[in-house]
Write a protein that binds this ligand. Structure first.
Ligand SMILES: *Cc1c(COP(=O)(O)O)cnc(C)c1O
Length: 360
């Protein structure tokens, strides 16, 4: 009845330990849908990792969440500090952090005015100062960093934990950019030598540690940690129903007719799980179909490819996925799986809510 993420526990855990050992100072990122595992489960795993990882210096004393709203779910499961990746703003959820959590939270500050506003209210708040990178998402320019350093000095603030930089994915080398940003930190006279970075390769981290021995590099890692050992992960859906239909017979919400003889399969996994968002929009004009066929998304019978496969063969959606289930088309001649059988599904882990996560 279920869309299941099967995890080979031994393999997965050894990968987590190996990643932590290869990335000293790692800050595990636990956010969103928890990379398919759920953020509560990952937060508990971080506590385990903190205890079992070897060669990690600094220790795994800090994990990162995406939003203030995620704090409560991880706080009872991981016992160290909690970095919030969304920058603090003087509105919304950032102002609702409970008093019991306040000491464990590390805020991200990306504007000088926010540094003033946060420390007006909480002079002892802990924070990282985010630098603007080529991502151009959040962060302070060199000039603003200098201004922030002045605020720190004037107010004698003690909560500075480090600087943070969010780098784009796969754009060749990040080293030149990181070097410029680190030089800005030194030039601003900031009293920290800890830098939280994302998306550096292991080689880049190693190079930086060598060229900036006085800096502590703390890589924030989600995907490569939790999803880095793909052979440990396997996703299945359950076959819930099977119907044999002749060419021309009607099926589905819109009374569509069978393009050929074959079977309609109902399988678990639908839009509620994040499955098949690439399904057709309903525009079935010849021209749009031709365009879709040209892009390789649609079969000659006018159906869209699904992420479900049977015996290694990717099957077509018989119609767009439903909330908890999907309808697949299996042409005659192909093996028809039995009700209850598990079939393979390809998913985007960061956009899928599984019914179950089974760690063996
Ligand atoms: C999500 C996120 C990360 C981790 O990204 P992955 O690609 O999952 O490793 C690091 N830093 C920031 C600011 C993020 O938002």
């Amino acid at each position: 009845m279920t869309l299941t993420l099967h995890v080979d526990g031994d393999r997965w855990r050894s990968h987590l330990l190996a990643t932590a050992a290869a990335q000293p100072g790692i800050v595990p990122v636990v956010k969103g849908n928890g990379y398919g595992f759920g953020i509560g489960r990952l937060a508990r795993r971080c506590d385990w990792l903190a205890e079992h990882a070897e060669n990690t210096h600094p220790a795994i004393d800090l994990i990162a969440v995406g939003t203030y709203d995620e704090l409560d779910e991880v706080a009872s499961r991981f016992h160290g500090s909690l970095l919030v990746l969304t920058p603090w703003r003087p509105v919304g959820a950032a102002l609702d952090v409970s008093a019991t959590l306040a000491d464990r939270v590390v805020h991200t500050i990306s504007r000088v005015e926010d540094l003033r506003a946060l420390t007006d209210e909480q002079p002892h708040a802990r924070f990282v100062l985010e630098q603007l990178t080529s991502m151009r998402r959040h962060g302070m320019t060199r000039r603003e960093l200098v201004e922030a350093a002045k605020v720190l000095a004037e107010r004698r603030l003690t909560g500075l934990v480090g600087v943070a930089m969010h780098l784009p994915l796969n754009v060749g080398s990040h080293l030149g950019e990181v070097q410029r940003l680190l030089n800005d930190v030194v030039a601003a006279g900031l009293a920290t030598r800890t830098v939280f970075v994302s998306h550096l390769t292991r080689e880049e981290s190693t190079t930086l540690r060598t060229s900036y021995p006085d800096f502590t590099i703390r890589p924030r890692i989600g995907t490569d940690l939790w999803l880095g050992e793909r052979s440990a992960l396997d996703v299945t859906a359950t076959v819930l129903d099977v119907h044999h239909l002749e060419r021309g017979e009607a099926y589905g919400y819109r009374g569509r007719s069978m393009p050929k003889n074959g079977h309609i399969l109902i399988v678990s996994g639908g839009t509620a799980h994040g499955i098949g968002l690439e399904a057709p929009t309903g525009d079935q004009s010849l021209r749009s179909r031709a365009a879709t066929i040209a892009r390789g998304g649609m079969d000659a019978v006018g159906l869209v490819r699904s992420p479900f496969s049977i015996d290694g063969k990717q099957r077509l959606f018989a119609e767009p996925p439903h909330m908890q289930a999907s309808m697949l088309f299996v042409p005659s001649g192909a093996r028809v799986p039995a009700i209850g059988e598990e079939i393979a599904v390809r998913v985007r882990f960061t956009a899928t809510d599984f019914d179950r996560v089974e760690i063996r």
